[in-house]
Ligand binder design. Structure first.
Ligand code: ZN
Length: 316
């Protein structure tokens, strides 16, 4: 077999996931093991090297067919120098991960942050397959974003492009403090955290809702209540969808993407969220900027990170 393969690494705080992709972005095999952040940088690097070797060994491919390794990490990265500047979940600060891995693996290594690689994964072989201009949202604890322009990750002046969660969309009188230190960010209303907060506020206010009986509320319970017709839950979901759609209208006018992809836990809400987002987008966006534009759920789920990381050698 002479087929080229690429290994993607999703470096998380608890586990490291690795995956093999072919040059079309097809995910062929995955493998996973503990990160062991508590043991320090060198053990984490050892673990990455070990899992990369293990996955190639258990695959039908030879080490020689491996063209390169890519890694996605939650945190601030210097893509040009190959350095993880700050990744609190992994306990990394100023770690020259690229050179450490290249030395150990003897293969070219590229890195990027998790939101960017997830976006790349989705355009390489997910919901945005074949699309060159695309914005990818990840709605989880926070709101992450990745921008793909002309088929490649757009980094911006200092590598911070795509921080869509911190676009200020909520009007002053309703705005609350965001983790970034500013007020009114998208993340305060359209993340799982924001949705849960709005639900808890409604219950605390005494609004009539089935959510009042739920303990330790999560976002899925809010969506389930909305689907069952609970008016308070519907209002909360619509509010999260409204600001998401509003942010897309803003982004559309600046970058004119063909597709918006929405992934992360909140996206599993499905139609109840997407229908409203599409309606708001249509209401706020000039007609020419709506033509041919789609708002789609992500397809790769938890594999977007490994697929996109593998794709860094071909698409960045
Ligand atoms: Zn913010």
């Amino acid at each position: 077999m002479s087929e080229s393969i690429y290994v993607g690494v999703d470096l998380g705080g608890t586990s490291i996931k690795v995956g093999i992709c072919n040059q079309e972005g097809q995910l062929l095999l995955t493998h996973e093991g503990p990160t062991e952040t508590e043991k320090g940088v060198h053990i984490v690097v050892d673990n990455i090297v070990k899992y990369v070797h293990e996955i190639v060994e258990k695959s039908p491919y030879d080490w020689d067919q491996l063209v390169g390794v890519g890694a996605g990490v939650a945190g601030f990265t210097n893509v040009v120098e190959g350095i993880i500047i700050l990744a609190p979940n992994i306990g990394f600060r100023d770690v020259p991960i690229r050179s450490l891995l290249e030395e150990r693996l003897g293969k070219p290594v590229k890195i990027d942050n998790d939101a960017n690689v997830a976006a790349l994964g989705e355009v390489w072989s997910g919901a945005g397959r074949g699309v060159d201009n695309c914005i990818c949202y990840t709605l989880g604890t926070g709101v992450g974003g990745g921008i793909i322009l002309n088929g490649k990750i757009y980094q911006g002046f200092s590598g911070l492009a795509g921080e869509i969660g911190h676009v200020s969309v909520v009007p002053d009188l309703e705005a609350i403090q965001c983790g970034c230190g500013k007020k009114g960010c998208l993340e305060t209303v359209s993340s799982a955290t924001g949705i849960i907060r709005m639900a808890n506020d409604a219950v605390a206010r005494g609004d009539r809702t089935t959510l009042a009986t739920v303990e330790n509320m999560n976002a899925k319970e809010v969506f389930d209540a909305a689907k069952a017709g609970d008016e308070v839950a519907v209002r909360i979901v619509n509010r999260a969808a409204f600001y998401l759609g509003k942010s897309m209208a803003i982004v559309a006018a600046v970058l004119n993407p063909e597709v918006f992809i929405v992934g992360g836990g909140v996206s599993y809400a499905g139609d109840i969220l997407f229908n409203e987002v599409r309606e708001v987008y249509a209401k706020l966006t000039p007609d020419p900027l709506q033509r041919g534009v789609s708002i789609l759920p992500a397809l790769l789920g938890n594999n977007a990170g490994v697929v996109g990381a593998a794709g860094l050698h071909l698409r960045s």
